[in-house]
Design a protein around this ligand. Structure first.
Ligand SMILES: [Zn+2]
Length: 374
C-alpha cells in the first residue's frame, strides 16, 4: 500500500493494485474519447483521458470521504481510507453500535457518488458542446455516467457493497439481531457475486466480449471472497463473544534461554510448530520476547552469533494481554503486531500464553478477524 497523505487525521492510501487499474482506466477513457471524437489528436485524447482518470480517482476518494466524515460525525473515529481495485475501503476504529449510525455511514458514500454524477451531467447539459473542442462536455458526460454507475453498483444490497451494509442496518434495526442481519446481507452478496461470474462467463462464451466478460468474473470473484470473509468473521465473532483469554490460554510459556543464538531459535522451536515468537528466560525468569520483527532486525549472517538476550524486546517493553481481556481483542492485537502468540500477564507476572492456533482449533474457523469490512 502507498500512503498519499493525511487529511483530517485520516490516512489515505492506495492499494498496490491501484497504479495498474489507474493506467487501464486512463487507457479506457482515451479509447472511448477516440471513438467519439475522431477529430481529436492522439495527444489530446491522452490528455483528456488522463485528466478524466484523475477526476474519477478524486470522485472515488470523495465517496470514501462521505463514509468517513459521516462516521466521524456520529462519533466513530476513522483510521484510514484505502483505494483499491474498484472503489475503496474506509477503515473505522470501531464498528457502529447503533443500526441508525451504520445506516447513515453506508448511505453517505453512494449519496456522494449520486450527487457528483448529477453535477457532472448538469455541467454537460449547460456547457456549450464546442467549448475547448468539446473536451469539457465529453469529460463531464463520461464522469457523470461513471459516478451514477458507481452509485448504482454500490446500491446492490449484498455484502461487501454499501447496499449490503444498508440492508444489514435495516434488518438489524428491525429485528435487533446483528449476527442474523449480517448473515443475510452476506448471503445476498454471495448470490450477486455468483450472478456476475456466470454473466461474465456467458459473455465470453456466447458473445466473445472477452474483456467485458473477464471484468465481470474478476469483480464477481472479488465480491464472493469478501462476502465469505464477512460470514466467517461474523461466525468467529459470535463464537468468541464473551470469551476471555484465561478461558483459552495455555498455562505454560514455550521458552528459550537467553544465551541461545537467534539462528538456533529460528531453526529450533520456531521451525517446529505454528509459532512466530519465542519467550526468552534466564534463571527461570522471563526476560523478553523474540518475534518476527526482532528476527527481521538481525541480518541473516549475524544470526548464528547473536544471542536472544541481545536481539529480543526486553520484558519492560513487551506487549501482552491480561487473563481478563477478551479473546477477540487478543486476536486483533496479534494481527496488529504480526505475531501468532502473546504472553498473558497477571499483575505483571507471566502466567501463560495464548496462541492464534489454539483459538482457531477451538472455533474451527478459518481466520482471525482483521480490519472491519468495507
Ligand atoms: Zn462506499
Amino acid at each position: 500500500m502507498f500512503v498519499l497523505g493525511r487529511w483530517w487525521g485520516i490516512r489515505v492510501g492506495v492499494d498496490s493494485s491501484w497504479p495498474l487499474i489507474f493506467a487501464l482506466l486512463c487507457l479506457a477513457f482515451t479509447q472511448s474519447f477516440g471513438e467519439r471524437h475522431e477529430d481529436w489528436s492522439m495527444a489530446l485524447r491522452w490528455t483528456v483521458g488522463v485528466m478524466a482518470g484523475l477526476v474519477f480517482f478524486a470522485s472515488v476518494l470523495l465517496h470514501e470521504l462521505g463514509h468517513s466524515l459521516t462516521a466521524r460525525a456520529v462519533g466513530l473515529p476513522v483510521v484510514a481510507i484505502t483505494l483499491f481495485l474498484f472503489g475503496g475501503v474506509a477503515q473505522l476504529a470501531e464498528e457502529p453500535t447503533r443500526p441508525r449510525d451504520a445506516f447513515m455511514i453506508a448511505v453517505a458514500g453512494p449519496a456522494v457518488s449520486l450527487f457528483l454524477g448529477l453535477c457532472f451531467l448538469l455541467v454537460w447539459l449547460l456547457v456549450p458542446g464546442e467549448l475547448w473542442a468539446g473536451t469539457l462536455s465529453a469529460g463531464c458526460l463520461q464522469l457523470g455516467v461513471l459516478n451514477l454507475l458507481m452509485a448504482g453498483f454500490n446500491a446492490v444490497p449484498g455484502f461487501p457493497l454499501d447496499g449490503g451494509h444498508v440492508l444489514r442496518a435495516v434488518l438489524w434495526g428491525a429485528t435487533g439481531d446483528f449476527q442474523r442481519a449480517t448473515r443475510i446481507a452476506a448471503g445476498v452478496g454471495a448470490v450477486f457475486a455468483r450472478v456476475l461470474i456466470v454473466t461474465g462467463l456467458a459473455l465470453v462464451v456466447f458473445t466473445g466480449w472477452f474483456a467485458l466478460g473477464a471484468w465481470h468474473v474478476l469483480i464477481g470473484w472479488f465480491l464472493l471472497r469478501a462476502a465469505r470473509t464477512t460470514s466467517t468473521q461474523t461466525a468467529l465473532r459470535a463464537t468468541l463473544e464473551g470469551l476471555r483469554v484465561e478461558d483459552m490460554m495455555c498455562a505454560e510459556l514455550v521458552t528459550a534461554e537467553g544465551y541461545t543464538s537467534v539462528a538456533d531459535a529460528v531453526e529450533g522451536p520456531l521451525a517446529e510448530g505454528p509459532r512466530s515468537s519465542v519467550f526468552v528466560v534466564e534463571g527461570g525468569e522471563l526476560i523478553g520476547v523474540l518475534g518476527p520483527a526482532e528476527i527481521e532486525a538481525v541480518p541473516a549472517g549475524r544470526r548464528p552469533f547473536a544471542a536472544l538476550r541481545s536481539a529480543m524486546t526486553p520484558r519492560s517493553r513487551m506487549v501482552g494481554v491480561s487473563g481478563r481481556d477478551k479473546v477477540l481483542d487478543a486476536l486483533l492485537l496479534m494481527g496488529e503486531l504480526g505475531v501468532d502468540e502473546l504472553c498473558v500477564f497477571a499483575d505483571r507476572a507471566p502466567i501463560g500464553e495464548i496462541r492464534r492456533g489454539m483459538v482457531q482449533a477451538a472455533t474451527r474457523a478459518g481466520g482471525a478477524p482483521s480490519a472491519p469490512s468495507p
